[in-house]
Design a binder for this molecule. Structure first.
Ligand SMILES: NC(=O)c1ccc[n+]([C@@H]2O[C@H](COP(=O)([O-])OP(=O)(O)OC[C@H]3O[C@@H](n4cnc5c(N)ncnc54)[C@H](O)[C@@H]3O)[C@@H](O)[C@H]2O)c1
Length: 330
């Protein structure tokens, strides 16, 4: 590869380049934790996502962040088109991430951000699942798409003591295909269930990555949820009946500002639950998560740019070390 020269060129990493680097789940978890702890200590700059909305239920988000202690600055430009898979055979979520040099501001790396989004989101979920619910035996996942698959793999990797993973997708064939593909590499059984109620009732820890809509679908009912459970949605208020979050003993979000922005945009039509802490504060030991075993805890993580740039920096470093990517002149 030609020489990387600050201010003269940048490194472009395609989706295949990023995946081919093969960063381990542990590397992702380490970077994500580092970024979340920085966020918990308020050592960051990260305005709430600004967005544009060409269609109803579609969003583009600009996600800039600066992490002084890690000397990282950059921005993810991401879109979510829920109808892409059915109408265009394209992913719901695509995007690009740009890392800049903190000292001079010049762009140093541009990368496809689909893989890092698929990896950093479940990393946040399982870091919190372990913190809030150590020793859980059953993990339930709603949605067996890009996020669902990685959630299951991260849960199997990181949640010690897990005995079984249950999966539900509104398209059972999608869930079965996912299990067939990933079960050979996972020691604990992954089972598909045909009913949401069953999964909610059988698992102590639950996550969902289905679809983000302004109006809640309320598919998982309040009466199925019991004391002591931990629920970690990645799809805002869509999948779970809103009463669950409102009556939870703890309602933790990754970013209060981001959460409030979604509330303002109409994603919580019945009103916002009362936020008790932020994810980073809990992981940094600055705020309590669960304080007793029979509490119902909801932790909604909608995704933060500080986490994106932290993972992107690991990808960038690995690419430079391996000589992967294409140089584009500025
Ligand atoms: N929180 C975050 O940081 C973050 C990051 C990326 C994506 N997301 C969100 O996660 C969700 C999933 O993203 P993805 O990339 O995995 O999408 P995907 O299209 O690959 O997968 C979604 C899966 O959910 C299933 N599904 C849809 N509606 C369902 C329902 N009502 N009940 C059960 N299953 C249902 C679909 O059949 C599909 O298999 C999206 O809403 C996306 O916006 C959140």
């Amino acid at each position: 590869m030609a020489e990387v020269v600050r201010g003269r060129n940048l490194l472009y990493l395609s989706k295949a380049d990023v995946i081919g680097l093969g960063l381990s789940r542990q590397t992702i978890l380490d970077r994500v934790l580092q970024a979340l702890v920085e966020h918990g200590h308020k050592r960051y700059e990260m305005p709430a996502k600004i967005g544009v909305h060409p269609y109803q239920d579609v969003f583009f988000h600009a996600m800039p962040a600066y992490l002084p202690s890690m000397q990282l600055v950059g921005m993810k430009w991401i879109e979510c088109y829920p109808r892409n898979p059915t109408e265009f055979e394209l992913p719901q979520t695509t995007g690009l991430l740009c890392l800049n040099d903190v000292e001079t501001g010049v762009p140093v790396c541009l990368m496809d951000s689909a893989w890092l989004t698929a990896m950093r989101t479940p990393a946040v979920t399982v870091l919190m699942a372990k913190h809030l619910h150590p020793g859980a035996r059953r993990f339930g996942m709603f949605g067996a798409g890009v996020q669902g698959r990685e959630h299951v793999l991260f849960a199997a990797h990181y949640l010690e003591g897990l005995e079984e993973i249950l999966v539900y997708d509104r398209l059972p064939e999608v869930a079965h295909r996912m299990v067939e593909e990933i079960q050979p590499g996972v020691d604990i059984p992954i089972r598909v269930r045909g009913s949401v109620e069953q999964v909610v009732k059988e698992c102590e820890v639950l996550s969902s990555a289905t679809i983000v809509l302004r109006e809640p679908l309320s598919i998982a009912k309040d009466e199925w949820v019991s004391a002591g459970q931990t629920i970690l949605p990645c799809d805002l208020n869509t999948f779970w009946a809103p009463e669950i979050s409102r009556r939870a003993d703890a309602y933790i979000v990754d970013s209060t500002e981001e959460h409030d922005l979604f509330v303002e945009m109409g994603y919580y039509p019945g009103g916002s639950p009362r936020i008790t802490a932020e994810t980073g504060e809990v992981l940094a030991g600055l705020a309590p998560g669960r304080t007793c075993s029979d509490q119902l805890v909801v932790n909604s993580n909608i995704g933060m740019a500080v986490v994106d740039i932290a993972v992107a920096s690991a990808i960038h470093e690995a690419a430079l070390a391996a000589g992967v990517g294409a140089l584009l002149d500025l």
